[in-house]
Ligand binder design. Sequence first.
Ligand code: ATP
Ligand code: MG
Length: 615
Amino acid sequence: MQKVSFFKSIHVKLVLIYVLLIVIALQIIGIYFSKELEDSLKNNFQDSILQRMELVQYSIREEMIKERNETASTSMPPTESGIDAILREFSTDDINEIRVIDSRNRIIATSEDENHSMVGQRANDDVVRKAMSAETIQDNISLDKQTMQRVWVLAAPITETVAPNGEVLGAIYIESDIEKVFEQMSEINRIFAAGIAVSLVITIILGILVARTITRPISDMRKQAQAMSKGNFSRKVRVYGTDEIGQLAIAFNHLTNRLQESQSTTEAERRKLASVLSNMTDGVIATDRKGKIILINDPALSLLHDTRESTLNRPIASVLGLDQEYSFEDLIHMKEAISLDFSTSDAPYILRANFSVIQKETGFVNGLITVLHDITEQEKIDMERREFVANVSHELRTPLTTMRSYLEALADGAWQDKDIAPTFLNVTQTETERMIRLVNDLLQLSKMDSQEYELNFEFVEFNKFFTHIIDRFEMSKSKNVEFLRLLPESSYFVDIDTDKLTQVMDNIISNSLKYSPDGGNIRFGVTVHENMLRVMISDDGMGIPKENVGRIFDRFYRVDRARARSMGGTGLGLAIAREMIEAHGGRIWAESEEGVGTTIFFTLPFELDGAGDWE
Ligand code: ATP
Ligand code: MG
């Protein structure tokens, strides 16, 4: 948040407003006050001068009338000693000078000794002339050129009678020191200004303090709001009082609490959602309303073999590899799941994508959620099941078709032929046995698939058990094949279901016999590897092509179908063997080279001597 500059702060504004109001109020009071004071001081001064002037005027008139009468009889120039005496009597501090002027406009007396030389000269003051001609009192304020001080000049006519229109005998000229009034005034103004200055300082200090009580909570709240925007809810605004600002602070703290609560709920929800998203096995991808990926969980990334950096903000259709067939608009309206086939020639890899739209109540599409699920296993099982059904029906149909043609031939009259009939019946019998064997094998496998079988464990010495089986094959063998026994001296005790293991070994040995040439060898070996007994049955037969070696343990798998069937196999023997060995806790595998021979290995857990549990 921007910092409030000092001069723009409410604090300064409040103080400024406060001070300005006080200044304006004091100014108005001051102007009014000093104007009134000045007027009243001036009036008082002038009134006192005027009063004295009237007295002087009266005295001088009397004196003049008296003198005129005297001069009329003696025709002597009047003596001014009487007037001088009056002037001296009336002379005071505030009156600078009083002059008396006769009707011929000559100065006949002055109170100021320094100006005595002026006596007898003509008076050339305008006010005097005006006063005499207008017979009224004249006045003005002028500047004394010598002292540079303001003086109030007053001129009053002296008439014979008090009433107007009497003969003008002369005039009085009074120069009074009004500067004193002005000096007094400016002294008062100075005191007033000092008072204003002092009161301003006090009001500024008070203003700052008062404004602080308002602005401090506000600036506290401002700081709090700034902290909140950074996610810090631990601060609280101090409540200074119960006024509006105090209530605002309380409301603010309340708001902070509520915000903190909802923030923590949102945070908890977010964490919950994040942990749900990352812990679920399905991949989840969310997009914005334009189809750009905004969220992708870890399972989705591992399902797509992609990184978060390279998928975020990319269009969903292109990340799913659907951009050739579908637009984002199509995916929004997609009601059914889509299978995404990422299979390579080496391994199948199929994902199923379900789409659901995030929509507002108004119908506005906010985004798309895609859920990805790995259905490779499911597809594989489905495929195996289909293949299995196809295999079973094929395996059953072949002997049935054969039997039908033989039975038809018999029905057509071959039964009467003593040479053919037994052969034909023999074939149908073989085929029936084959079918029974097939169905038995299938039953056994299905039992093993649904874990419905029980193993009857017996504690036996393996070499003895193995030798017994080899002996049986050696006695009944129809081919010229030599059996080589590479069995160790020591005894190895194993906990096995002898019937089941006999079946496994029968199948392995009969395979070796089946695929061995005349005069070949079959080697039987037992060794110990990694705490397991390793059994080996090896032949010099035709071998198995390298790419098919791993598959001979699959159900119905035969390297060469036609040849295997002619040899009576169903392709289930090794599949059963694998299930059995694994049920005993062992492993079975084959090594083979075409034209050289095949070796089948399997392992079994064992004990070195007879010190088993039964002792
Ligand atoms: P079944 O054992 O059910 O009568 P089968 O022998 O054909 O029929 P498996 O024993 O499962 O079936 O063997 C599967 C296939 O593996 C055989 O068809 C054969 O092609 C191949 N195979 C197994 N053992 C050998 C071997 N010793 N030499 C060459 N090929 C073998
Ligand atoms: Mg077999």
